[in-house]
Design a protein around this ligand. Structure first.
Ligand code: 5GP
Ligand code: MN
Length: 335
C-alpha cells in the first residue's frame, strides 16, 4: 500500500469512482463516505456510494444519502457499478470482509483501491494506496485531512462539512473520548467558520427516535444487565424476542453499550445482541484495557483499544457463557 499522498495528482482526472464502507454503516462510515462523495463530485468524478447493507434511520437526513446504493437491496446494479469502477475508496474499515457480500467484488475488481481508515491492523496488501492512522478520531477527520492536504480546502461546502462533522461527533462520543485531539477541535473550528450548523446535527442523530426504543432500553437496563463487580465489568444481553417485542430496527441499539460504562468503577462494558445471522458483540472500555485484542482473541472481531466489536455463531446463551469464562483470565488487568 503506497501513501495516499502519492495518489493526489490522479485526483485531477475525472474517473468512475465507488466509495464503500463497512456493513451496517454508523455515523462515521456514512459521514466519511458521503463527505468524500460530495467532494469528489465537485472535482468532476462520477461517484457512487455503495453501502454493503442498510443503515440506521437516524442517518437518513444526511446530504447525499438518497443517492447511496444498498448492496443487499440492489445487488445486480451494485455489482455492475463496482465492475465498471476505476477507483474504489474503502472507508472506515481495516479488513475487506467487513464489507460482507461486497468483499468478493472488490477483490475481483481491477480498479485502483484506496483505504482511509483508523482501525488497527489494516489489510494493507488489499490496497494500492491508503492511509491507516489509529491515532485519528474518525475516518471523517481523515477525509477532511485528505481534502485539505490534497489542496482542496476551498471545495468544502456546508454539506461536506455537515457529513464530516457527523462522523467526528459520533466516533468521539460527542467530543468526549481520548481520541478528541486538538486537531479535531481545529477541524471543527474550520467547519464552523464555513457556516456549519452543529446543533441540528446533534438533534438529527440523537433526538430522532421512536418511543419504543426508549422502552426497549428501559427493559434492557432493568432485566438484561449483569454487573460483575469482581471484574469491574458490566454485560448486557439482548434476546431476539426483545428485538421483536419492541420493534427494534438497525441503529436502535447503537450506544446502548455506553450505559454500562456510566456505572462507577466499571472498566469494561460488553453487550451481545441476538441478530438474525449472528450474535453481535460490542465492547467498550475505560483506561488501558484493550478491547481490540480481547475481541480479536475471543470473539472474531476487532476495532480500537477502547471500542471494538465481535461476533459468534453460537447461541446467545453459549456465547454469553463463553464471555463469563474468558473474563476470568483478565481479573488482574481489570483491577
Ligand atoms: P461497534 O461496537 O460500534 O459495532 O464497533 C466498535 C468499533 O469496532 C467500531 O470502530 C467498529 O468499526 C469496530 N468493529 C465492530 N465490529 C467489528 C468486527 O467484527 N471486526 C473488526 N475488525 N472491527 C469491528
Ligand atoms: Mn470510525
Amino acid at each position: 500500500m503506497k501513501a495516499i499522498s502519492e495518489f493526489y495528482p490522479q485526483l485531477q482526472t475525472a474517473k468512475k469512482v465507488v466509495i464503500t464502507t463497512h456493513q451496517k454503516p454508523d455515523g462515521d462510515a456514512m459521514g466519511s463516505s458521503l463527505g468524500l462523495y460530495l467532494f469528489l463530485k465537485t472535482l468532476g468524478h462520477r461517484v457512487k456510494v455503495i453501502s454493503p447493507t442498510n443503515w440506521a434511520n437516524f442517518l437518513d437526513w444526511m446530504p447525499g444519502v438518497k443517492d447511496t446504493l444498498d448492496f443487499e437491496k440492489h445487488k445486480e446494479e451494485g455489482i455492475k457499478i463496482i465492475n465498471e469502477a476505476e477507483l474504489i475508496f474503502c472507508l472506515d474499515f481495516n479488513i475487506l470482509h467487513r464489507t460482507k457480500h461486497v468483499e468478493k467484488y472488490i477483490e475481483q475488481s481491477n480498479a485502483i483501491k484506496l483505504l482511509i481508515d483508523h482501525h488497527q491492523e489494516p489489510q494493507e496488501a488489499a490496497f494500492d494506496y491508503g492511509i491507516s492512522n489509529t491515532g485519528k478520531s474518525s475516518t471523517c477527520e481523515m477525509v477532511y485531512d485528505f481534502i485539505v492536504e490534497s489542496g482542496h480546502s476551498d471545495k468544502i461546502t456546508i454539506d461536506i462539512a455537515t457529513c464530516l462533522y457527523t462522523g467526528v461527533m459520533t466516533d468521539t462520543g460527542s467530543f468526549k473520548f481520548p481520541s478528541t485531539t486538538a486537531s479535531v477541535h481545529r477541524m471543527v473550528a474550520h467547519l464552523k467558520e464555513l457556516g456549519l450548523q452543529h446543533s441540528i446535527i446533534h438533534e438529527n442523530i440523537y433526538d430522532n427516535f421512536l418511543e419504543n426504543r426508549l422502552k426497549f432500553i428501559g427493559n434492557a437496563l432493568l432485566n438484561r444487565m449483569d454487573i460483575l463487580y469482581e471484574y469491574n465489568t458490566a454485560v448486557m444481553y439482548i434476546p431476539k424476542s426483545d428485538l421483536i417485542k419492541f420493534d427494534i430496527k438497525t441503529g436502535d441499539t447503537e450506544g446502548l453499550v455506553n450505559y454500562l460504562l456510566t456505572i462507577e468503577g466499571i472498566k469494561l462494558g460488553a453487550i451481545v445482541i441476538d441478530r438474525d445471522e449472528e450474535r453481535k458483540w460490542s465492547f467498550r472500555s475505560k483506561g488501558n484495557f484493550d478491547v481490540n485484542t480481547f475481541a480479536r482473541l475471543h470473539f472474531e472481531g476487532g476495532g480500537h483499544v477502547n471500542a471494538a466489536g465481535g461476533r459468534s455463531s453460537e447461541s446467545l446463551e453459549n456465547t454469553l457463557q463463553k464471555f463469563y469464562r474468558v473474563i476470568k483470565q483478565y481479573e488482574q488487568q481489570l483491577q
